[in-house]
Design a protein around this ligand. Sequence first.
Ligand code: HEM
Length: 205
Amino acid sequence: MSEKMYLYPAWTRLWHAINAILCLALIVTGFSMLYSNPDRFVVNFSSAVAIHNVAGVLLTINYFVFFVGNMFTSNGKHYKLALKGLGQRLFLQMRYYALGYFKGQESPYPVTTEQKFNPLQQVSYVGVMYGIMFVLFVTGWGLLFPEFILKKLLGFSGIFLTAQLHVIMGFLIFVFLFVHLYVSTMGVTVASNFKSIVNGWQEKH
Ligand code: HEM
């Protein structure tokens, strides 16, 4: 018999939907600029630049909603990493994803209202939201206002280094998205996590 838990308050669902749409737009336009040619990749160069700039600014504003929301609501507790025993918890979760899940075993970290993320989700969300996204913004805003970038750093052009870092972080988000989508299918049913990030309610075994 399955019960339900309310895990995703309205503001997180709205933040997540906007975040997902903007990230997809940024990925498509980012690749279009990276692999631009005189004709076009997916979006032509000048439209790609314009859309990328606007989506980047909107993503930053949306990120502040996430940051402040996590500071002042109970959703923030899910992002507090307990370092003690983390290696062991990650190992158990990885073993479950690689083996246990396919043998129909119970998850070692079942979802509760106190702990909605398993250790692997928690580490990846903290890393993406407070690490990668942060560097992505700083470098993105730097490229929007290049006059603030150091001209030279260790003999390299400051703009070159900023652009490289920006592309690497963008690529990591792209890779994260594939893993995120795959892992999101490993809930109570294949669709249950997707339903919960839309309606807020998570099924329980
Ligand atoms: C098509 C795009 C996306 C889909 C379909 C999707 C799907 C999901 C699903 C099903 C969940 C709920 C399961 C869970 O809590 O782990 C979730 C949560 C989450 N996703 Fe995504 N996602 C997408 C894009 C993104 C992107 C681009 C990011 C970050 C750059 C992201 C970051 C997160 C975070 C941080 C949570 C947890 C939110 C919270 O409860 O605090 N997602 N996503």
